[in-house]
Design a protein around this ligand. Structure first.
Ligand SMILES: Cc1cc2nc3c(=O)[nH]c(=O)nc-3n(C[C@H](O)[C@H](O)[C@H](O)COP(=O)(O)OP(=O)(O)OC[C@H]3O[C@@H](n4cnc5c(N)ncnc54)[C@H](O)[C@@H]3O)c2cc1C
Length: 423
């Protein structure tokens, strides 16, 4: 099996018989025109079959160039297959930054935005909120340009598109002036402190991540990513809500080497070397893991954390690590944070799908009172009808998909099940 026949984690073998790596938009157009079933492939980091197709996959790997920087409007235009790590280094040289990043910089921009991939930070929308325009090859093989300014609601529906509208060939992203950051890690935050001071804790830095293994009544690690303009940035306080300053660099799974992690201990560095947890110049781990993640409206954060804590004895044995992050509300139809600020509860599992697939329904049942929505690119077991009921804009999204793809070329088993509910 070549690497393209499966996803990064190796838990999904793609069913497509053909894989193409086009070099030009014209080649993409020709491929879309020629095939009945086709799907764009990003960097293959999704854990579900969302990127699969029964006939042909089109890798956008070679669409990895920065096409231009619009200094006046503060925007960057890039090939859709560019990875964040590649894009960020070039952006930084131009004096710009992205507002946020995911834990891993190896992920492609179009793939991340198509699934509403996010980082953390009370005031930070997911990565797709930076999208200002898209160039898409639609089902008829024609190139369509869509922009936030010109296409209003249609644009809001298209950005988190789950690969269903077509093959995105170019993305335009909003950028901000480059900034420096410091990353500081604290260990052993008592859950009682989190209960009492949740708002103060998650708003205490530009981006805050809480890592826990659910083994005890504590958060194992708190990662604070502070912009140097933050007032508290210069201070490395020895304690943080009774958690203690880490004595050295830490991996979120404390037993593992921190070598692949971005620099901590308050060392000053550029935004793209602090916002992700992992470094671009290290190969991410081999993929021996599975991931799930659920978004709940911000006001249910503590109730949702308590609900998972009640399942501790089921969760902990299957877990590598959990992460809790906050995400600002947005206006993108298929984003789990559509019109609601959220807290995301993430689980990196041991690679044991038979056991994980038995546990997910329990977690989903516990989180159901909070209308938890699963991450589009990770593993879940929620029935399609339940998932569909959580997206107010789903009928409009289906219509949008049909208008871009009347023949259903970009439909796959995932979309058939979770968007159309026909499986
Ligand atoms: C180690 C690891 C860490 C992660 N960390 C985070 C995190 O911090 N936050 C988070 O939210 N998620 C995270 N994820 C999940 C990941 O961001 C998503 O699964 C994301 O979709 C992966 O992007 P990709 O390029 O690999 O997309 P793929 O998995 O290749 O594809 C995902 C979807 O995007 C579509 N797509 C890809 N490219 C295009 C295109 N050019 N045009 C149209 N559609 C396209 C595909 O058709 C498919 O539907 C992580 C995953 C891993 C493996």
């Amino acid at each position: 099996m070549t690497e393209y026949q499966s996803n990064w984690a190796g838990n999904i073998a793609y069913g497509a018989a053909e894989l193409y790596r086009p070099q030009t938009v014209e080649q993409v157009q020709e491929l879309v025109a020629r095939h009945n079933k086709v799907k764009a492939l990003g960097s293959r980091h999704s854990f579900s079959n969302i990127a699969d197709s029964s006939e042909a996959l089109i890798s956008l790997e070679d669409f990895n160039q920065v096409v231009g920087v619009d200094h006046q409007r503060r925007r960057v235009i890039a090939g859709a297959g560019i990875r964040y790590g590649q894009l960020c280094e070039q952006l930084h040289r131009e004096g710009y930054a992205l507002h946020n990043m995911a834990s891993l910089p190896h992920i492609s921009v179009a793939g991340a935005c198509a699934t509403a991939t996010h980082g953390s930070g009370d005031r930070n929308g997911n990565l797709a909120t930076a999208v200002a325009a898209l160039e898409i090859v639609a089902g008829d093989g024609q190139v369509v340009m869509l922009s936030r300014e010109q296409h209003g609601e249609q644009f809001q529906g298209a950005v988190v598109g789950l690969g269903g509208l077509g093959i995105v060939t170019k993305v335009t992203l909003d950028v901000v002036p480059a900034f420096d950051m410091r990353q500081i890690v604290y260990e052993n935050l008592p859950l009682a402190q989190l209960e009492e001071h949740f708002e103060a804790i998650v708003s205490s830095a530009y981006s805050v991540s809480l890592f826990t293994d659910w083994h005890g009544a504590r958060i194992n690690q708190v990662w604070l990513k502070r912009r140097v303009s933050d007032e508290a940035a210069m201070e490395l306080e020895p304690t943080f809500f009774e958690a203690t300053l880490a004595a050295g660099h830490l991996h979120p799974i404390a037993e593992l080497s921190a070598e692949p992690c971005t620099e901590q201990m308050g060392a000053l560095g550029p935004w793209h070397e602090r916002l992700p947890h992992f470094r671009m110049d290290f190969l991410p781990s081999s993929g021996s893991e599975l991931q799930s993640e659920y978004f709940v409206p911000r006001e249910y954060a503590l109730a949702a954390i308590r609900a998972i804590d009640r399942l501790r004895e089921h969760v902990a044995p299957l877990l590598r690590i959990s992460e809790v992050r906050t995400i600002a509300a947005d206006t993108l139809w298929m984003s789990p944070c559509y019109q609601q600020a959220c807290v995301a509860l993430h689980f990196t599992w041991k690679k044991d799908w038979p056991a994980v697939s038995k546990l997910l329904p329990l977690i989903e049942e516990q989180l159901a009172p909070f209308d938890a929505r699963p991450h589009w690119g990770k593993l879940f077991t929620m029935p399609p009808a339940r998932l569909q009921s959580l997206y107010a804009k789903l009928p409009e999204f289906r219509q949008l998909l049909r208008s871009y793809d009347p023949q259903g070329k970009f439909r796959n088993a995932f979309l058939d099940t979770y968007i159309y509910g026909e499986n």
